[in-house]
Design a protein around this ligand. Structure first.
Ligand code: NDP
Length: 332
């Protein structure tokens, strides 16, 4: 069985040579464990942080060990009560072909209810991040005008649609290509969207939201956050979810230059960590599952085939090769 190991800690942009695909034998699962053949695993922006040797809310990847992360697969051998061969499970040992998983860390999922990969995306961790970050952290309410950055990504594409479904007055998104912008407006029903590479974010946001915004969902940081602070209305709220524009920076970046606006406008900027919000999971699955079945909520996945492509998929995610959730599939 092959697994991707981190073999050097990247400085700045990760290089393919920071990773190695290594082979190890597959063994029968010990008591309380299951052996899973992974069918899909997730590559996520937060994994970049785990490649640095710094204390954070998730521990760093260890060097010369398999990396981990969200995955779904099929049980091929079980030494745990309640799990049988052929069951499908969601678990945390991705980046590898076969996973030896403690059964208490595995959740059964049903491929009849939704395609397995969606448990890593629209019905999984990124989906819950969108749901919690918008409805809890940002205290979204009907009539709010919402701006989301990283809008064509897994989290962002869901944030914009959830806001529309719950009665936003206007939803604006930004993304890194004209094709993505077109998808947001023509397929997902965003009221406006712009390509942040086409001009200053501040100007493009002003134009897209002449009456300002009430909520900003930040996936990007930097110039986007500064522009949003300028456009936020009195009592506006921002969910600070991610700052992908700076994950590969090697020097600290200057903060927004307009922080003083927070005072007069009584803004609230609040971070979100999806891990705090698993209590919402039942409500999330019911509500979002319903919108998926009715076709009111759309999603896209960018699927890369084969374990060999795992690192390329991750690097591609950081560059913006994906529309919707980036998935590595091992189904062939
Ligand atoms: P995405 O599917 O959005 O993929 C990442 C996207 O980021 C790329 O597709 C790319 O799209 C965009 N991007 C890359 N570099 C830049 C840049 N310099 N400026 C603007 N956009 C850039 O990933 P996720 O949906 O999984 O995650 C989105 C954000 O949410 C990330 O910041 C992530 O860290 C955060 N997150 C936070 C969680 C939490 O609990 N706080 C949980 C999950 C995710 P483009 O072509 O548009 O540039």
């Amino acid at each position: 069985s092959r697994a991707w190991h981190l073999v050097a800690r990247p400085h700045g942009w990760p290089a393919p040579t920071d990773f190695a695909l290594r082979e190890s034998p597959v063994e029968a699962p010990a008591e309380g464990r299951i052996l899973v053949r992974n069918l899909h695993f997730s590559v996520d922006p937060y994994m970049r942080g785990r490649m640095n040797d710094v204390k954070s809310y998730v521990p760093p990847f260890e060097l010369d060990r398999p990396m981990d992360g969200g995955a779904v697969g099929v049980v091929v051998a079980s030494s745990a009560e309640g799990f049988a061969e052929g069951d499908h499970v969601l678990h945390g040992l991705g980046w590898r072909e076969y996973a030896d998983v403690p059964a208490r860390h595995a959740t059964k999922v049903d491929p009849e209810v939704a395609p397995l990969s969606t448990y890593l995306g629209v019905l999984g961790m990124p989906g819950l991040t969108a749901y919690a970050g918008l409805f809890e952290t940002a205290s979204f309410k009907e009539g709010d005008a919402v701006f989301v950055s990283g809008a064509a990504g897994a989290v962002g594409s869901q944030v914009g649609q959830l806001a529309k479904l719950k009665g936003a007055s206007r939803v604006i998104g930004s993304a890194g290509s004209d094709e993505k912008v077109k998808w947001l407006v023509e397929e997902l029903g965003f009221d406006a969207a712009f390509n942040y590479r086409n001009g200053p974010v501040k100007d493009q946001l002003r134009e897209a939201a002449p009456d300002g915004i009430d909520v900003y969902f930040d996936n990007v940081g930097g110039e986007h956050l500064e522009a949003a602070i300028s456009s936020l209305n009195v009592h506006g709220r921002a969910t600070i979810c991610g700052m992908i524009a700076q994950y590969n920076d090697t020097e600290p970046v200057p903060g927004p230059r307009n922080m003083a606006l927070i005072i007069g406008k009584r803004l609230r900027l609040q971070g979100v960590l999806v891990g705090d919000h698993y209590g919402l999971q039942p409500r999330f699955v019911e509500e979002v599952g319903g919108w998926l079945r009715s076709g009111e909520l759309k999603y896209r996945e960018t699927s890369v085939e084969g374990i060999e492509s795992g690192v390329d998929a991750f690097l591609g995610l950081l560059r913006g090769d994906n529309t919707g959730k980036m998935i590595v599939s091992l189904t062939r």
